[in-house]
Ligand binder design. Sequence first.
Ligand SMILES: Cc1cc2nc3c(=O)[nH]c(=O)nc-3n(C[C@H](O)[C@H](O)[C@H](O)COP(=O)(O)OP(=O)(O)OC[C@H]3O[C@@H](n4cnc5c(N)ncnc54)[C@H](O)[C@@H]3O)c2cc1C
Length: 394
Amino acid sequence: MYDVVISGAGPSGSRCAEIIAEAGYKVALIEKDTNWRKPCGGAVSARIMSKYYPQLKKLNPHKFGGAILFSGDYHKIEYSWEKLFADTIIVDRLEFDTFIRNIAIEKGAELYDKNISFDFVVKDQKRIGIKTKTPSGIKEYLGKIIIIADGMSSKLAVKSGLRERWKVENLGLAKCAIMEGENNLDKRRMYLFFREYKGYGWIFPIGENRYNIGCGTFAEDNLKYNLNQIFEDFLNDPHIKQFFPKSNYKKIWVGSYPLSAKGVLEKSLCGDNIMIIGDAAGFVSPISGEGIHPSIVSGQIAAEAAIQALQTDDISNRTLKYYKNHKYIKKMIRNFKLKRSMVEFFYEKQGVNLDAMFQLAEKNVDFRNEVINMFFFNAAPSKDFFSKIKNLEG
Ligand SMILES: Cc1cc2nc3c(=O)[nH]c(=O)nc-3n(C[C@H](O)[C@H](O)[C@H](O)COP(=O)(O)OP(=O)(O)OC[C@H]3O[C@@H](n4cnc5c(N)ncnc54)[C@H](O)[C@@H]3O)c2cc1C
């Protein structure tokens, strides 16, 4: 019998397992496949290294000191944060996930690889564990507290009754590749390209010749556009090709995956002896698609809630709701709501407002600063922000 059973050993599950195991509790960390490289841009906020994983310095990850944002009609906003805060890093997800999972194992979490969790073990109408499919048959892992961290396609999150199955209109769908070849990219910059559809593309240099390139749609545009087609169109767009003057580029790896674009429903985060964290709960920022940092924060706070519950011997929602009531969780939920509310405005009439925003930012320094504060510092737009854009259009 474990104190805590966690389904999914990605960033959220591994962080959660590490903190609970470090506090001396018995943790089972269940993972479908430790050799899986999660399809991801791999850009991670500097806070991950300064606050959560100083050990990452050992990996010597590639760093960015700024970003170049392009509108659908290729107006641009460049912003450098070199002097303000530490650099954003870019990670290879297979390397990163393995690295932080191993930290959890070092702290005492017991990893069960090649286990696909598919249901709860139920006794006297209470969830007392997780059932998994393994190459050697069905297994059961019993625990006082169950934590669901198995990402976007989590079956357990739906079976828990805490949230419904997400509809395709509430998701993002993205495809990306790690590629290699000579290029003209500024290696200290991340490149983001808003598109005329709801979605964006990116190029993140990973070193001298390597880069992560990808794009995706979200909301109802998932149904209107074919992901493979927009990915090919993105690679072949002359504005993108200008960075890649040679004819041969090596595809090291390619993958596609959904991500949540709806934000987090606070009431879906916990119940008696259960919590949902990371992507499985929707901790991905709408518009930017940033989910690694939010997932790790949710894993950390859920771990603190679990420790309190085990210490006080009260594993009910009364104690676990510390997680959903935590100020960082509330702040992220508020911020996701704000971003989501701006989506409709930005992408109205195939991104016409986004294009106008970039044009205005190119001309007006104060407005440019406001856009930067919104995108990079999560500031709320001022009252006349939207009317300024509309006026330009009119
Ligand atoms: C194409 C794409 C690009 C992205 N780019 C970025 C980016 O640049 N920066 C950023 O911050 N975020 C990005 N994100 C979001 C980010 O990838 C996620 O928010 C983050 O990985 C969430 O971590 P997690 O641990 O909650 O879930 P995951 O990383 O999905 O981990 C879930 C784990 O559970 C395991 N699992 C799944 N099902 C089962 C099961 N049934 N049983 C047992 N184990 C299971 C999986 O193998 C995996 O290890 C991107 C997402 C996509 C799809």
